[in-house]
Design a binder for this molecule. Sequence first.
Ligand SMILES: Nc1ncnc2c1ncn2[C@@H]1O[C@H](COP(=O)(O)OP(=O)(O)OP(=O)(O)O)[C@@H](O)[C@H]1O
Ligand SMILES: [Mg+2]
Length: 260
Amino acid sequence: MSSDADGPATPTESADPVLAVDGLRKRYDDTVALDGVDLAVADGEFVAVVGPSGCGKSTLLRVLSGLEAEFDGRVAVDGTDVRDGGSDAVGMVFQEPRLLDWADVRENVAVGLPADVDPQSPAARDRVDDLIETIGLDGFAESHPDELSGGMAQRVALARGLAYDPSVLLLDEPFSALDRLTKADQQDHLLDVWEARDTTVVLVTHDVEEAVYLADRVVVLGGQPGSVASVVDVDIDRPRERADPELVALRREVTTALGR
Ligand SMILES: Nc1ncnc2c1ncn2[C@@H]1O[C@H](COP(=O)(O)OP(=O)(O)OP(=O)(O)O)[C@@H](O)[C@H]1O
Ligand SMILES: [Mg+2]
């Protein structure tokens, strides 16, 4: 593909994407999970990744987060290869909150602080308390996980993922275990956090409605091994209406791309 250095930058062609994936191939023993994945995410962009079960969505996030160092291709965050420290700039939120049962909310959030920060220091405590306020759990700093609802626990996991002040926040189906109303609240909460903290988000989800409601761009993975099957831009101002006919039409477009 030819490129015009003076031409306008689009998120996918931006010279300096915060997240750059080129020709990613990931194999587990006999299984090739991903092959030929290219993806560029611009600073501040909100990207959703959808795709059928087993197409490699979690694998992609694990590679981006540095949890999987064995792969072919180039994966960089802020211009640094994830194998050379680029993954330090990445925060991760999993499907289950994965909180420490014996620790309170403040301690659970502090787990996400950089290793060289003393969690007992006044600055660290301020940062953690600020995050607890950001996720709307002031008053619960001393609560333990068994005293929290599922949605609250997932918000603690979000705060822990933000404690490092990451350039990119990766979320792997963070709301899939929640009931519909709680899920809608958490989606709006994530949008608030994304806007307030000016972070870049890559959200993996099975839920097409969630993808088009939240994201600037929906990346559809498909095939086995998985690769990018199509990309749907969601060029709709926020706040969005879930029942907006334009959004519904985009939902249909993504669903068709998924082959459902
Ligand atoms: N640790 C592993 N060892 C061997 N194979 C694996 C491992 N993790 C994933 N795989 C395989 O890689 C492929 C992609 O798995 P992955 O978990 O990334 O899919 P996914 O899109 O996240 O699926 P789901 O929607 O069910 O969460 C699958 O074939 C899976 O069996
Ligand atoms: Mg998965």
